[in-house]
Design a protein around this ligand. Sequence first.
Ligand SMILES: Cc1cc2nc3c(=O)[nH]c(=O)nc-3n(C[C@H](O)[C@H](O)[C@H](O)COP(=O)(O)OP(=O)(O)OC[C@H]3O[C@@H](n4cnc5c(N)ncnc54)[C@H](O)[C@@H]3O)c2cc1C
Ligand code: FES
Length: 320
Amino acid sequence: MTQERASRKKGSHTATVLSNVQAGECFWKLRFRFEGEAAQAFAGFRPGQFIQFDTSELAIPSIETIPVALRNGARRNVLLRRPFSFSDVTVESNVTTADLLYCIVGPASLRMTTLREGDTASIVGPLGNGFAVREGTRIALLVVGGMGLPPIRCLAKSLSVEHPDITAVAFIGSRTVNALPLEERPAVFEEDLSLSVPTFATLGVPSMVATDDGSAGHRGPVTECLSQWLQENADRPREEIVVYACGPERMLAAVARIANEKDIDCQVSMERRMACGIGLCQSCAIDCRVAGSDETIYKLCCQDGPVFDAREVVFGTDDA
Ligand SMILES: Cc1cc2nc3c(=O)[nH]c(=O)nc-3n(C[C@H](O)[C@H](O)[C@H](O)COP(=O)(O)OP(=O)(O)OC[C@H]3O[C@@H](n4cnc5c(N)ncnc54)[C@H](O)[C@@H]3O)c2cc1C
Ligand code: FES
C-alpha cells in the first residue's frame, strides 16, 4: 500500500487486546487485534510509522507491583495519548494483528500493564511517514539502540517478505544484557554476525549484539559494530547500502556521522514528546538543515517524521 493511501485512512480506531505479557526484565509485549475499517487502516501500516495510544481510562496496577522509582508519579493523570511503534503487523483476511513492545517508564506505560485479553483500547493511527526503501538498495544495515527495536524489527520483517533481494544485517545495542528488548535470548551471544538471535534469525537476518558493559556480545557502543562492518565491506558500492537506525538520539547522531563520512544514505527514526501526534501542537520540533544553504528550519517529528534523512537532522549532541 502506498504511503498516501495509508495516511488517508488514519483515524481513531478501537483495538481488542489479544494478550499482554511481560516478555523480559524491562519490557512487555502487547498484541492487538483490529477488525473492519481499523483492520484495513493498519494493514497499510509501514515500518517506522506510529500510533497514539489513549491510556487515560486504564487502571493503575496495585502499588506493591509498581517499581519504587515510579510510585510517586504513578497516580498522575495521563491526559495525553502516548506514541508507540509496532514491532510486527500481520494481515489475515479481514483481521490485522499488531505487536507493541513497551518499556515501563512512567504512568502511561505502567497502566498499560493492566490490560487483559478482551479489553479494548483507543488508538489513533497509523501516523507519520515510516522508513522508505529506495530503488537500487541491495544492503540494509539495521541499527538498534535499546527500545528502538520495535520499528527496526518491523522493517526487518517487511524487507524479508517484500524485498527478498535486499540483504539485511542487524546491529543491536543496549546498556546491559538485561536491557535488551529480546523476547527469546540465545544461549550464547556471539561476538560476530550470526543467526543466533531469534528475533532476527527467524527472518533470515544475521545480527550481532553490543552492550556498554560487555555483559553480552561486543563490549562497547553498537556504532563500533557498524563501523567495523563498513570497514570490512569497503568494496561494496555505497549506492547499494542504506543504514536504518532507531534508538537514543546520541546513538542516532553517531550513526549519522558514520554514514555521512562514508557518503551512505541513512534514515533515522527520531523521538520527541508528542502531545497531539497530528501536527497541531508543535511540541515535537526537529531542527533540520535546508538543502543547499546554511539555514535550518523546524520540522515536525509527528508529521514530517518520525523518520528523517540523517543528513538533514541537526543533532543536539556532541556526536552531531
Ligand atoms: C514515534 C515514537 C515511537 C515510540 N515507540 C515506542 C515503542 O515502541 N515502545 C516504547 O516502549 N516506547 C516507545 N516510544 C516512547 C514512548 O512514547 C514513551 O516511553 C511513553 O510516552 C512513556 O509514557 P509514560 O507516561 O509511561 O512515561 P512519561 O512520564 O511520559 O515519560 C517517562 C520518562 O521518559 C521520557 N520520555 C517519554 N517520552 C519521550 C520521548 N518521546 N522522547 C524522549 N524522552 C521521553 C520522559 O521525559 C520521562 O523522563 C516511542 C516514542 C515515539 C516518539
Ligand atoms: S505532536 Fe503535536 S505537532 Fe507533533
